[in-house]
Design a binder for this molecule. Structure first.
Ligand SMILES: Cc1cc2nc3c(=O)[nH]c(=O)nc-3n(C[C@H](O)[C@H](O)[C@H](O)COP(=O)(O)OP(=O)(O)OC[C@H]3O[C@@H](n4cnc5c(N)ncnc54)[C@H](O)[C@@H]3O)c2cc1C
Length: 410
C-alpha cells in the first residue's frame, strides 16, 4: 500500500506540471501512469529537458506501468502493476487522465494498416519503419498536421492530408491564432515542412479497399488515393471513466471543473484534456493550478488565471473550427464493424434501442477496450447515451478481482 498527500493520475503534461507544482509545498506526491515512462501522448517518454529536470528533481514518486482500475472508497484507489495489485491512499487527488483518438467507421476502416493518426505516429516513434511508405493522413483537427509533419520527417511519402472541416473554417482558425505568436509560428513551421503535400479540405474517407491490408482510400470528393497506410483520427475523446467512477459531474463529455480545477467531488481536481481538448499549454497550466489549489497555494494559482483563460479561448476556437460534420456519422453500412473487439456490425445492432440492450445481446463494447472505441462511435452514429461506468474500468485478471473484494470487505 502507498499513501500520498497529493496523488496524480496521469503522467502526461498536466500530471507532470501538477507534480512539480505540488512538490513546492513539500508534501508527499505520487504520480501514476499506465505507461512505462512519463510523458503522456505528446511526449511519450521524450519529455523536454526543462520539464524532465524539474520533474526528476522534484522528489515525486513515479509509479509507472501502473493502471488504476477501481475506486472502492473515498481516499482509496486500486491499481494493477505488471506484477501485482496495489492500494493507493490519498488526501487530495488530481485527475490528469488525458484523451484518446476518436475513430469513425466507414466501409473498410478495420483493414490492417489503417490506424489512428496519433497511433501511427506513436508506432513510428516506437520504431516502425515508415520510410518510403505511401501514407494518407485523414480526419480532423490540428493533430493531423503534427502527425503528417512527423511522418514526413521519418521519410513517409505523404499522398494527401484530408481534413473534413472546410477551408473557410480553417482560415478563420488560422486568423484567430495570429494573436498567439508562439502557436502561429509553430503552425507555420509545420505547414512549411509540408509544402508540396496535397491538402484536401472539406473531404473525408468514405471507403477503404485492400487485400490483407489497405491499398487505397476513396474520399468524399470522389478521388481514390493509393496508399500503404491510412492514418485516420477525428479528434480526441477524454478519458473520463475514472472521474465518473469517483462521482465527478460531467459537462457534456468532459469532466466539469471550476477555475480552481476543482471537480464536483471534494478534494478531487481535474486538469488537461479531460476538462476540454485544448492542447499542450492548457494541460500544463491546468495541472499547475490544480496542484497549487490542492496544496493551498492560492496566490500562485490565481497568478495563472489569465494564462488559463487564453488556453480556454483557444479550446473554444478549435471546437468551432473542427466541429464534425453530421455526414461523418452516416458512412458505415450494415456490414461495417462498429465494435472491432467483438466483431459486431452496424447491421447486428439494428434490433436494439440502447447501448445496454446492444451489450447484452451482442457483446458490443464488452471486449478488451471496454467500449472506449465503439462507445463514442455509437454516441454519434446511433445517438446512444453512455450508461454509467462500473469497476473494473480496465480489464483485470480474476485474481485481482478476488483481492479487490478483500479490500472492500476490510
Ligand atoms: C494518440 C495521441 C497523440 C497525440 N499527439 C500529439 C502531438 O503529436 N502533438 C500535439 O500537440 N498533441 C498531441 N496530442 C494531444 C496531446 O495529448 C495533448 O495536447 C496533451 O498531451 C494532453 O496532455 P494531458 O496531460 O492532458 O494528457 P495525456 O498526455 O493524454 O496524459 C494522460 C496520461 O494518463 C494515463 N492514464 C489515463 N488513465 C489512466 C489510469 N486509469 N491509470 C493510469 N494511467 C492512466 C494515460 O496513459 C496518459 O499517459 C495527441 C493525443 C493523442 C490521443
Amino acid at each position: 500500500m502507498h499513501s500520498f498527500d497529493v496523488l496524480i493520475i496521469g503522467a502526461g503534461p498536466a500530471g507532470i506540471a501538477a507534480a512539480i507544482a505540488a512538490r513546492k509545498s513539500g508534501v508527499k506526491v505520487g504520480v501514476v501512469d499506465d505507461n512505462l515512462t512519463a510523458g503522456g501522448q505528446i511526449w511519450r517518454g521524450a519529455v523536454p529537458r526543462k520539464w524532465t529536470d524539474a520533474f526528476l528533481n522534484s522528489g515525486t514518486h513515479l509509479l509507472a506501468g501502473t493502471r488504476i482500475f477501481d475506486a472502492p472508497q473515498q481516499g482509496l484507489l486500486l491499481a494493477k502493476t505488471l506484477e501485482s495489485l496495489i492500494e493507493l491512499r490519498y488526501e487530495r487527488l488530481i485527475l490528469a487522465t488525458g484523451a484518446r483518438e476518436l475513430f469513425l467507421p466507414f466501409p473498410g476502416w478495420t483493414l490492417p494498416n489503417i490506424m489512428g493518426a496519433g497511433g501511427l505516429q506513436a508506432m513510428v516513434k516506437g520504431g516502425l519503419d515508415i520510410a518510403g511508405k505511401r501514407v494518407v493522413v485523414a480526419g480532423s483537427g490540428p493533430l493531423l498536421i503534427a502527425v503528417a509533419a512527423s511522418l514526413h520527417k521519418h521519410g513517409a511519402k505523404l499522398q494527401a492530408i484530408v481534413e473534413q472541416a472546410f477551408l473557410s473554417s480553417q482560415t478563420r482558425f488560422a486568423a484567430s491564432i495570429l494573436s498567439q505568436p508562439s502557436k502561429a509560428w509553430q503552425g507555420a513551421k509545420l505547414l512549411w515542412t509540408l509544402h508540396g503535400v496535397p491538402m484536401r479540405h472539406g473531404a473525408y474517407p468514405v471507403r477503404a479497399e485492400g487485400d490483407g491490408r489497405v491499398r487505397s482510400v476513396t474520399l468524399s470528393n470522389g478521388a481514390k488515393v493509393d496508399c500503404d497506410y491510412l492514418a485516420c483520427g477525428f479528434g480526441l475523446v477524454p478519458n473520463t471513466e475514472l472521474a465518473s467512477l469517483l462521482g465527478c459531474r460531467l459537462n457534456g463529455h468532459f469532466v466539469e471543473a471550476d477555475e480552481a480545477q476543482q471537480t464536483s467531488v471534494a478534494s478531487v481536481y481535474a486538469a488537461g484534456e479531460i476538462t476540454g481538448i485544448g492542447g499542450l499549454e492548457k494541460s500544463l497550466v491546468e495541472g499547475t493550478i490544480a496542484a497549487y489549489r490542492a496544496t493551498g497555494n492560492l496566490a500562485a494559482a490565481r497568478s495563472l488565471d489569465r494564462q488559463r483563460k487564453t488556453t480556454h479561448t483557444f479550446q473554444r476556437t478549435m471546437d468551432v473550427a473542427f466541429a464534425l460534420r453530421p455526414e461523418l456519422f452516416k458512412l458505415a453500412n450494415e456490414a461495417t464493424k462498429v465494435c472491432r473487439c467483438e466483431d459486431v456490425t452496424l447491421g447486428a445492432l439494428e434490433p436494439f434501442n440502447s447501448w445496454r440492450e446492444a451489450k447484452l445481446h451482442t457483446r458490443c463494447g464488452m471486449g478488451p477496450c471496454q467500449g472506449r472505441i465503439c462507445g463514442p462511435i455509437l454516441r454519434g452514429v446511433k445517438g446512444w447515451r453512455d450508461e454509467g461506468v462500473r469497476p473494473p474500468i480496465f480489464p483485470v485478471d480474476v485474481a485481482a478481482l478476488v483481492q479487490t473484494s478483500g479490500v472492500q470487505a476490510r
